[in-house]
Design a protein around this ligand. Structure first.
Ligand code: PLP
Length: 394
């Protein structure tokens, strides 16, 4: 323990892992757990994508590839950005990595060092602040509320910028809130950053999972920000490919080259077989993405109604991703079965231990009065979960 570096000691352990570990243990003991803690689609990887992986193995496509990804995949990614996001990138502005996670880690390592600040709106995806710390920089957390739909305002952003600010992290649609910034809102935030020498790391992992006619708007579409926006995305969520580990990053060529250098000395190319499968996912029939989106939307509508009907729970209507993030401040401080619920960790533990529903406490996302429920589960599982939660707080 005393041999560990300041770098790793400054990181927090993943709190989501603790509750997931407990849920798995209870499942192994034969308990009937309804799990709403998953960060991945419950759908399988599409058949044609699996087949492309199998074909790659059979064809012997099992060796090192170009460090930054095969040209065929970069072309498919370039086309995806055009088709889905209305952004034009050159192939040399794109790098393929081991999941969205590696693209983000590479970026922070390339751009941040001691003394730098990175603005991270909260509630945030768990890994952002930890990756920033790992790179030696300091996360500056901007809090938002349910009333503001968990969005930061231009005024808030303006007030947070200092000479040390290096990056603003945007994640729209958001994990954990499901919030999606409108085009007008993105433009207003970018206006604040014009001429300020601050980069925007736009994590668009859930860009295709949006509801009710809402479209995710990438800050990379704003010409004035062309040299300052870095887009991270991947195939994990859109194509139910979390285990394949393919993410991609697009932005200024000099930064992509730097990420290429870091990757070449740490992990080398992402998995060759998975790259072939990702090509099939990106250029194949996109109907399956739409079908699944519609299914998620039904579940979202159900969860929104159901959770708002539980006394003590209040939730915004998520516009994207597959999470719902109710405020549970109405049940905090109360005692259930002799246990006082101080924060969301207590509530999540109570729900799991006494009522066999696995959720993720909001503490992990910088929001101790919220609970994250994933609706990447069938409607019947969701109904069962709601029944149990209702009973838990009767
Ligand atoms: N960004 C966000 C907002 C996520 O929710 C996730 C996965 O949970 C990732 C990035 C990482 O994705 P990947 O599994 O491709 O590394």
């Amino acid at each position: 323990q005393e041999y560990l570096t300041r770098r790793v000691l400054s990181m927090q352990e993943s709190q989501t892992m603790r509750i997931t570990g407990l849920a798995n243990k209870m499942k192994a003991e034969g308990k009937n757990i309804v799990s709403l803690s998953a960060g991945e689609p419950d759908f399988p990887t599409p058949d044609h994508v699996n087949q492309a992986g199998i074909d790659a193995i059979r064809a012997g496509f099992t060796r090192y590839t170009a460090n930054s990804g095969i040209p065929e995949l970069k072309k498919a990614i370039q086309e995806k950005f055009r088709r889905d996001n209305g952004i034009e990138f050159q192939e040399n502005q794109i790098i393929v990595s081991n999941g969205g996670k590696q693209t983000l880690a590479n970026t922070f390592l390339a751009l941040c060092q001691e003394g730098d600040e990175v603005i991270v709106p909260a509630p945030y995806w768990v890994s952002f602040p930890e990756m920033v710390r790992l790179a030696g920089a300091e996360p500056v957390i901007l809090n938002t509320t349910l009333e503001s739909d968990y969005k930061i305002t231009p005024l808030q952003l303006e007030a947070a910028i200092t000479p040390r600010t290096k990056i603003l992290v945007l994640n729209s649609p958001s994990n954990p809130t499901g919030t999606v910034y409108s085009e007008t809102e993105v433009r207003a935030l970018m206006k604040v950053l014009e001429g300020r020498n601050v980069f925007v790391l736009s994590d668009e992992m859930y860009d295709m999972i949006v509801y009710g006619g809402v479209r995710a708007f990438s800050p990379a579409r704003i010409p004035e920000m062309k040299d300052w926006v870095i887009v991270s995305n991947g195939v994990s969520k859109t194509y139910a490919m979390t285990g394949w580990r393919i993410g991609f990053l697009a932005g200024p060529k000099w930064l992509i080259d730097a990420c290429d250098k870091i990757q070449s000395q740490t992990t080398s190319n992402p998995n060759a077989i998975a790259q072939k499968a990702a090509v099939a996912a990106l250029i194949g029939d996109q109907q399956i993405v739409e079908d699944r989106r519609l299914e998620f939307e039904k579940r979202r509508d159900y969860m929104y109604e159901a959770l708002n009907g539980i006394p003590g729970f209040r939730t915004a209507l998520p516009q994207g991703a597959f999470y719902i993030f109710p405020s549970i401040s109405g049940v905090l401080g109360k005692t259930f079965n002799g246990v006082v619920m101080k924060d969301s960790a207590d509530v999540a533990e109570y729900l799991l231990k006494e009522h066999y529903v696995a959720t993720v406490p909001g503490d992990a996302f910088g929001a101790p009065e919220n609970l994250r429920l994933s609706y990447a589960a069938s409607i019947s599982e969701l109904e069962e979960a709601i029944k149990r939660i209702r009973k838990a707080f009767q």
